[in-house]
Design a protein around this ligand. Structure first.
Ligand SMILES: Nc1ncnc2c1ncn2[C@@H]1O[C@H](COP(=O)(O)OP(=O)(O)OP(=O)(O)O)[C@@H](O)[C@H]1O
Ligand SMILES: [Mg+2]
Length: 266
């Protein structure tokens, strides 16, 4: 496999019991790419991330990450950060921000061992990166939704991963907070050269910041450069609705209307 291809799927199909959820999916994700995954509820987005992580197994086809079957990853697992859609964290639990971020290092530290200097440094670096250093000693219950989200990302970054998978990270945020979150994510991507895979419902954001977009609805309806993928009838196929693409300078801005008649591209 080409060294630059970090994640590669070939005719990948995934089912729960006998229900096919992903069908015949083929793609490559290259180092440094910012991949946006769009699709309606139940289209298989979370399942795709779980399959990349080896948490869900394919029924046919193949998936590789770092050139290996995800289910057989060893230490390479530490090179992948994952921010799940529904984080299993009790925000009422009296624990400080920096302890939550340190939890992200547990696999590296080992069971029953104390965190070493390099672990604490990685925690500090992750908090600095997501700009929550000033919140380090705050109890997690006393944070806003946006701050919590950053803590969860810092927790994933504490392992200093090369790939970061984010599943609907702005679901709990209002429009303005989501907008600034994505601006920050974009800036971080530019700075760190991380490979990002972002699942989002926000077509506008996805088309603005990502380098490639994948439209999922059990099958991979389309994938490629956002302006091209989103210009045709992809959204209609995906959501069963009409989409209009307006050019705002170099920045495509998507407006989706529920009408069934033909779309317009301005
Ligand atoms: N553990 C499971 N067992 C059985 N079926 C499941 C399981 N997880 C998901 N599914 C089903 O698989 C399909 C895809 O689910 P998935 O969570 O991947 O969708 P999604 O695109 O992430 O949706 P959403 O936008 O709502 O998060 C859905 O029909 C869902 O009901
Ligand atoms: Mg999901």
């Amino acid at each position: 496999m080409n060294d630059n291809v970090l994640i590669s799927a070939r005719h990948l199909s995934v089912a729960y019991q006998d229900k096919l959820v992903l069908e015949d999916i083929t793609f490559d994700i290259r180092r440094g790419e910012f991949w946006g995954v769009l699709g309606p509820n139940g289209s298989g987005k979370t399942t795709l991330l779980r399959t990349i992580l080896g948490l869900t197994l394919p029924i046919s086809g193949s998936i590789q990450i770092f050139g290996k079957n995800p289910a057989e990853l060893g230490v390479e697992r530490d090179r992948i950060g994952y921010v799940p859609q529904h984080a299993l964290i009790d925000f009422n639990f009296p624990i400080r921000v920096k302890d939550v971020v340190l939890l992200g290092r547990s696999r590296k530290i080992g069971i029953g061992k104390r965190a070493g200097e390099s672990d604490l440094e990685a925690v500090d670096a992750a908090m600095k990166l997501v700009e929550i250093t000033d919140l380090a000693n705050r109890q997690i219950g006393r944070l806003s939704g946006g701050q919590r989200q950053r803590v969860l990302i810092a927790r994933a970054l504490a392992l200093q991963p090369e790939i970061l998978l984010l599943d609907e990270p702005t679901a709990a945020l209002d429009v303005n907070a989501a907008e600034s979150f994505y601006e920050w994510l974009h800036a971080m991507h530019e700075k760190m050269k991380l490979t990002l895979v972002l699942v989002s419902h926000d077509i506008g954001v996805v088309s603005r910041y990502v380098s490639a977009v994948a439209c999922l609805n059990r099958t991979l309806v389309a994938h490629g450069v956002p302006a091209e993928v989103l210009a045709g009838d992809t959204l209609e196929k995906m959501y069963g609705c009409d989409a209009m693409l307006f050019g705002h300078g170099a920045v495509p801005h998507m407006v989706v209307t529920p009408a069934k008649s033909g779309g317009h591209t301005h």
